[in-house]
Design a protein. Structure first.
Length: 139
């Protein structure tokens, strides 16, 4: 049972961590340049950076409700706002699970390391094997 919990926790932590780089302004900027987003949005590069910062802040940091305006015009329409609120709920759930998984891993490793002698070494080794199974299962 403990091995399965460690494996699942490992998969959740890796999944959560692997998404984070894609939610950075630098990566979004790279993709916007690659796809020519400024041309089809009608925003200048500076405006696009500003809007992107707002949207990422609202999505990842809960800074607002996706209802920002730029030069008096809404950035997103109501159906888009509703969609982004749904996306934020999904991300929140994922990151809550990943945080719980991280806590499980820390607790299990701390308990394994507290055991004495050969039992402790075997407990740590068994935990690492479960981590490997979780990572392999995710892959």
């Amino acid at each position: 049972m403990r091995g399965a919990l460690v494996a699942l926790s490992t998969a959740l932590v890796i999944l959560g961590a692997s998404i984070l780089p894609f939610l950075t302004p630098a990566y979004v900027r790279f993709e916007q340049d690659r796809t020519g987003a400024a041309a089809f949005t009608g925003y200048t590069t500076a405006q696009l950076d500003e809007v992107t910062g707002w949207l990422l802040g609202d999505l990842v940091l809960w800074q607002g409700g996706f209802d920002r305006t730029l030069d008096g015009s809404p950035v997103l329409k109501q159906p888009e706002i509703e969609h982004m609120l749904d996306v934020r709920r999904v991300f929140t759930g994922l990151y809550a699970l990943a945080a719980a998984g991280l806590i499980v891993l820390v607790v299990v490793f701390l308990k394994a390391r507290r055991r004495d002698g050969a039992r402790g070494a075997e407990a740590v080794a068994a935990t690492w094997r479960a981590v490997a199974r979780g990572a392999a299962g995710l892959a």
